[in-house]
Design a protein around this ligand. Sequence first.
Ligand SMILES: [Zn+2]
Length: 69
Amino acid sequence: MSTPLLSAKDRTAAVVVLLAQATTPQERATVKRVALQARFLWRCAPCRKNQFLTTEACGCGAERPQGLA
Ligand SMILES: [Zn+2]
C-alpha cells in the first residue's frame, strides 16, 4: 500500500460504519479481515487484538506500528 488517501480518523470512521452494518458474526469477521488487509485497522502483534488507527497504543502497552496514521 502506498500513501493513505484518507486520514486515520476517516478510515476509522469508515470501519465503524461498516461494523455497525455487519449484522452477523461472519459479516463482522469479514469486515475486520478486509479492514486489516486494507490497513483500516491494525492488529497488536503481542496480543493479536484489532485496534482502530486512531488508537495509538494497545491496552497491553504495544504501540501502533509506524506508517499507519
Ligand atoms: Zn496488545
